[in-house]
Write a protein that binds this ligand. Structure first.
Ligand SMILES: C[S@@+](CC[C@H](N)C(=O)[O-])C[C@H]1O[C@@H](n2cnc3c(N)ncnc32)[C@H](O)[C@@H]1O
Length: 496
């Protein structure tokens, strides 16, 4: 979409209380690899400059749409529309069906109508993602179940609100479209705590809540940042919704204007802050005239960028290749379990099951995350050691509610090597084959999939080199935890 078609949106935005510093910020079309349509600095911008402000009333959420109150808040809850994203999807469908009488009509006019995300890929392209965790996380079936079991009965129950002649606005295709708009553009905008004074001068970011990919954690509540909402893996992941009981789904909001900014690993120069009545996009660094104004989506790995936003980041890596420094490899705990039992077949399956149940009950991870710094995830080491404990030590660990320390010894390292090898074999192609495929003419979807899996394979291959070498050097003696060599680390939070 060209930037000239933004005019009605920009007028609507300002007529409804939004402000933009139009001397400092404009919109333009960047190359696709830089996000296409995005915001550009029209002059040198100092750090701490307010680029635009958005009244809270212009955000679109189940709090600001009038649909939930027309419906009746109790019935809304009874229909489970207060859980996950189904309620917001329904609000967005209803507001769209209201055409120009909707407050957000001009906003809908500039939103994408199709997506390059794997949710919309065919089987052939999805096959290219085999070995990555993307496909398992798409949740297309769960989305369609929510559509059938929650949304359709809701629509049928209120023909006064959802007249049959407007049924096309409530199609499954539109359900996916709205879900993808939320996934790729929504923010987490908390309610302003009652009784708090508005602090006009607050620009220091404090995270509004823990976010699995971003290790910033909240210290205070003086104006929280509203980064792109990475709170949910997809609009349709029921299991995750259970995990997130404490999250208030009415915090998920579409934020006109703030969602016009693109993101790139390590490039953030603007951030959204919230106040009692408005949100402010503020520069976090000096920005030179002509530079793109980037928000952050949390410096996600390519697998997540592709799944949520439909793009990948390609930057120079320390080894000289191009890739995303934020890439990670997810390793399921069952791979560690089978590597352990293959090396130690005498372990009793009953006892292993009891240990796994206990680990999960204690809140242990069932997916371990290996990052590009190649430090082994501490929970993986702790989990493997738990499986290897003798009966007395296992009973003592259980009694003390204390999983084993994440130490590496030769047994653990042997298992870790098997795990890494098994994980690498999950991809049907080799790194070399991917490299040559990438140099051929391939579709954008295939190219993105190849880039995702290459990033993961590089981490696994480099980790194998590092830990095979360590294994060779230490196979004759017991290894102590190699803190100095940086071999293990607390795990990054990454949801399934
Ligand atoms: C929040 S919107 C950003 C504004 C968007 N470009 C627009 O025209 O409305 C997020 C979407 O922008 C695109 N995008 C953002 N950053 C990108 C990047 N670094 N490379 C490619 N596409 C990007 C992706 O399509 C993503 O789903």
């Amino acid at each position: 979409m060209s930037t000239t078609t933004l005019r009605p949106f920009l007028t609507w935005f300002q007529d409804n209380g939004g402000t933009i510093d139009q001397d400092s910020l404009g919109f333009t079309t960047f190359p696709d690899r830089e996000g296409g349509r995005g915001a550009v600095a029209l002059k040198d911008i100092p750090k701490g400059h307010v680029l635009f402000t958005i009244p809270r009333s212009l955000t679109l959420s189940t709090r600001t749409s009038s649909l939930p109150s027309r419906f009746g808040v109790e019935i809304w809850k009874n229909m489970k529309l207060d859980q996950g994203w189904t309620g917001l999807i329904l609000c967005m469908m209803w507001e769209t069906a209201n055409g120009t009488s909707s407050k957000w009509s001009e906003y809908f006019g500039i939103l994408p109508t199709d997506f390059d995300t794997p949710m919309f890929w065919g089987e052939d392209d999805l096959a290219e993602l085999e070995g990555t965790s993307v496909v398992a996380k798409l949740g297309r079936e769960e989305a369609e179940q929510s559509y059938r079991e929650t949304l359709v009965p809701t629509i049928q129950s209120r023909p006064d609100l959802f007249p049959p002649e407007k049924v096309e606005y409530y199609s499954l295709a539109n359900y996916h479209l709205m879900g993808s708009r939320i996934l790729s553009r929504s923010f987490n905008v908390e309610k302003w705590p009652s009784g708090e004074e508005e602090e006009e001068d607050v620009v220091a970011p404090t995270k509004s809540r823990t976010d699995e990919m971003d290790v910033d954690s909240p210290d205070g509540l003086e104006g929280s940042d509203g980064n792109m909402d990475q709170s949910r893996e997809s609009h349709d992941d029921e299991a995750e919704e259970e995990d997130e009981d404490e999250d208030d789904s009415s915090d998920t909001a579409m934020v006109p204007m703030a969602d016009m900014l693109n993101a790139r690993y390590g490039s953030e120069n603007a951030k959204l802050f919230y106040e009692e009545h408005k949100l402010r996009m503020v520069s976090t660094k000096p920005i030179k005239a002509g530079e793109q104004i980037w928000n952050t989506y949390g410096d996600l790995p390519n697998a997540e960028l592709l799944r949520r936003y439909g793009h990948v980041d390609l930057l120079p890596l320390p080894g000289g290749e191009m890739g995303n420094p934020g890439d990670v490899v997810e390793i399921r705990a069952d791979i560690a379990l089978s590597a352990t039992t293959q090396r130690f077949p005498a372990l009793s399956s009953e006892s292993l099951q009891a240990r796994i149940d206990w680990w999960l009950d204690e809140g242990g991870d069932d997916v371990f995350v290996l990052e590009s710094d190649l430090e082994l995830p501490e929970p993986l080491l702790s989990f493997v050691r738990l499986l290897l404990l003798n009966q007395a030590d296992w009973e003592s660990a259980r009694a003390k509610s204390k999983p084993p320390k994440p130490k590496i010894d030769t047994d653990v390292l042997g298992i870790v090597l098997d795990v890494l090898e098994t994980r690498l074999k999950a991809y049907p192609t080799t790194l070399q084959e991917d490299e040559s495929k990438l140099s051929e003419q391939v579709s954008t979807n295939k190219k993105h999939a190849i880039i995702v899996r290459m990033g993961e394979k590089r981490i696994l291959s480099d980790a194998l080199v590092k830990f095979r070498d360590l294994h060779t050097r230490n196979s004759s003696k017991n290894m102590k935890r190699q803190g100095g060599a940086g071999e293990s680390r607390p795990q990054k939070k990454l949801r399934k």
